[in-house]
Each structure stands twice: as C-alpha cells, then as structure tokens.
Design a protein. Structure first.
Length: 400
C-alpha cells in the first residue's frame, strides 16, 4: 500500500498581493502525475487546504476539480483535515457527498474517528485524522491567570487527545501500523515568516519524542518547511513557497509504503515552480543584478530588493522607485523593496519602501503597541491573554 503525505496548500494565497493561482495549478499537475506514476492508494492532506476561512469561488473550484480528477484517474482514498486557516463548515459542507467517493473530511475534534486502510480485505494501517485544535478547544473552558499556565494546559490537552486515540487504535487493531494527521507546532521545527502565530507557537509546542511513541508515522501540517523531527514525525511542508523566507526550501511530498507492517518513507521533490529572489547591495549593484537575472523556472520570478547605501541620501529613494516603475519584464517582477543607509545604521520608515502592515501578524502589531506604553508588566501579560482570546474568536469563530 502506498500513501502520499502533503499539507498546507493554502489555495487563494497571495504573496504581497501577487496571485499564486498558477503556482497551485502547476503543483496539482505534479501531484496528479505523481499519484498516477507511483500508483498511490491514499492521499493525506494535513490541514490548511485554503489560505482564508472564506475561500474565493476560484479557490473552491481548484480544490474540487483536483478531487474529481484524482477520483476519475485512479481509485484512491483521500483524507483531509482542517487547518487553522480553513473553514470547518465549508470543508464539511460537502462531506456526505464526498464520502461516496471515498473522501474523508475531518473539520473538528467531534468528528475524528479511526479510518482503517484496506487492501485485499485486510487492514494495512489505521489513520487517525486530527484537525487543528484551537486554544479554546484544548482548554475546555479553563480560565488562566498567566501565559505559563495557558501553555501548560495546551500541551497537556494536546497530548491527551493524541494519546487517547493512539490507545484506542492499538486496542482495536493490535499490531497494525498507526498513522496520525496533525496540524500543530512540534518543538524543534524550523518556522518561516508565512506561518500565522495564532495558537501553537514555539513555547506551546509539544516534544516530538512523545508522538514518536504513539504513532508509526505522524503526518504533520502547519509548518511550511519540510523537515524530519524524529524517524516517525515529519512535516511535509507547503508544496509551493509562500514567502521569501521559503525561497531556498526544497519542497517535497512524502511517499509512505507499507510492507509487512513496516512503513518506508521517501521524499519526492516537487519541481521548483517559481523563483523567489532577494538582491542585496547598493542601488547600482541591485539594478545590475535585476537586469542580468535569468529565471530558472517556468513562471515569472518574484524579486525583493534590499538596497543598502553607505551615505544617507533621500534622492536614492526616488531613484529606486523610478527604476521599479519603469522596469518591465515578462521574466522578472519586483514585488518588494527596501532602502537603508549604513552610515547611520538605520532603516528609517521614511526611507523604507514596500513594508506594509500586511507583512506583520495581528499579534505583532498589538504587542508593539502595548510595549510602547508605560503599563506594568503583569498588566501587559493579562492584556496579551485577553487579546489572544479575541484574536482566536475572530480567526476561528467555528471552534467557539
């Protein structure tokens, strides 16, 4: 039996207002080719199918078209869990219909159940599809007075959920390999700037070793950099680069092969779809780099300029903006720029271009504001907790 692990598609995602629809379409072409050529039996998607809780009609069409193409091309089982970006109600809206096509959708904790994977009338593996679990779900309504208490409750509740399901699977299917899906931060994972700090941040992460004892394979989503945390705990990562911090990531899908109750793992590289490039230097150097750059990928390259001038000279900002406005190329598009002056060791806001509030998380903006006040430290902590609660209600209203 062959199983493919992927996650964090983020359909509808924009990179600094640039549409990534073509990137997703090319990834789906690769995904279909891989599933057919490798004769994959099961596709696992560990959360964040969409980038927004209210996806566009175009994003919905991409998603549904892929599911039906896969079912027409091959008899494949598909298991999808909701991530922190997804709408539970939308993912589960067609659950009954999709189940007729052997597609399992799990949006919240209440709908989690063991999924036996059958081959030749034998159970080859058990899948435990656990979606993203919000703070509120994990705390069970418990009130907290400080951040440390909140983190401890979240850790304990997370482990309780996964341990309970692991024990149930081992009891009902002794000796059968167990594969779990999860959408969370696990300690030791390397994150990029595109992950939203909503719930399981670095502090609240659970140690990977704990999951290693529960499952034969833990198919993780939420972190966009592919990585192996333990022999049994892995992030597949996002299939396309979602920020400039991911421009050097080698994107993959992970093929699992079950033979004699053993799970063999193989990383299958995803061909690079688009170049994300950052050019650094003084303005003359950066302009030369842009004009001489030859993209290696099929799609137009997205470029970030980081211009560093030795001596403060405001006219450089005008010169840089003029170059950006006049530069036209089918192969390269400048989507972000920044100008700083080394002589003053500053990057003053009046000399900075292309940095918007959209590049900061809501939590970052709020914390910067609170830090600028004379509020006592213990009061700040209570304000942070209150803000986190409000933010969770806004971003995950369906898990209230």
């Amino acid at each position: 039996m062959k199983i493919l692990h992927t996650a964090d598609w983020h359909l509808g995602k924009q990179l600094l207002k640039e549409d990534l629809k073509q990137d997703h379409e090319l990834f789906f072409e690769f995904l279909i080719e891989t599933i057919v050529s490798q004769e994959v039996d099961v596709l696992l998607v560990s959360g964040d199918v969409f980038d927004y809780a209210n996806p566009s009609n175009e994003s919905k069409r991409l998603y549904l078209d892929l599911l039906f193409k896969l079912k027409n091309l091959r008899k494949i089982k598909i298991i999808i869990t909701a991530g922190n970006h997804d709408s539970i109600s939308y993912l589960e809206s067609a659950k009954s219909v999709l189940s007729l096509l052997d597609i399992t959708i799990v949006g919240d904790l209440e709908t989690v159940d063991l999924v036996p994977l059958m081959e030749d009338n034998l159970v080859k593996a058990i899948v435990i599809p656990v979606p993203f679990l919000s703070d509120r779900v994990l705390r069970h309504g418990a009130e907290m007075t400080n951040q440390e208490e909140k983190i401890n409750i979240i850790k304990e509740s997370l482990m309780e959920v996964f341990t309970t399901w692991s024990l149930k699977a081992k009891e009902l299917y002794p000796g059968i390999p167990i594969i779990a899906l999860g959408h969370l931060y696990v300690q030791g994972a390397s994150i990029s700037e595109s992950e939203r700090d909503i719930q399981i941040g670095n502090q609240a992460g659970v140690a990977a070793a704990g999951f290693d004892e529960l499952f034969d394979y833990f198919a993780l989503g939420h972190i966009h950099k592919p990585q192996i945390l333990t022999p049994h705990v892995r992030y597949s990562g996002s299939p396309i680069a979602l920020s400039f911090s991911e421009m050097t990531d080698n994107k993959v899908v992970i093929l699992l092969e079950i033979e004699e109750k053993e799970i063999k793992q193989t990383s299958i590289p995803i061909p690079k779809i688009r170049d994300l490039v950052k050019f650094t230097g003084d303005l003359t150097e950066v302009i030369a780099k842009v004009e001489s750059y030859q993209p290696q990928c099929k799609l137009q390259a997205f470029v970030e300029l980081d211009v560093i001038e030795e001596i403060e000279n405001p006219s450089k900002l005008l010169e840089m903006k003029t170059f950006e406005a006049d530069y036209k190329s089918d192969a390269v598009k400048i989507i972000k720029s920044r100008l700083s002056f080394a002589s003053q060791n500053i990057t003053a806001s009046k000399f900075t271009s292309g940095i918007t509030i959209a590049e900061l998380s809501p939590k970052d903006v709020f914390r910067k504001k609170v830090e600028s006040t004379s509020m006592a430290e213990e009061d700040k902590e209570m304000v942070y907790l209150a803000f986190d609660e409000l933010l969770e209600q806004v971003l995950n209203p369906e898990q209230l």
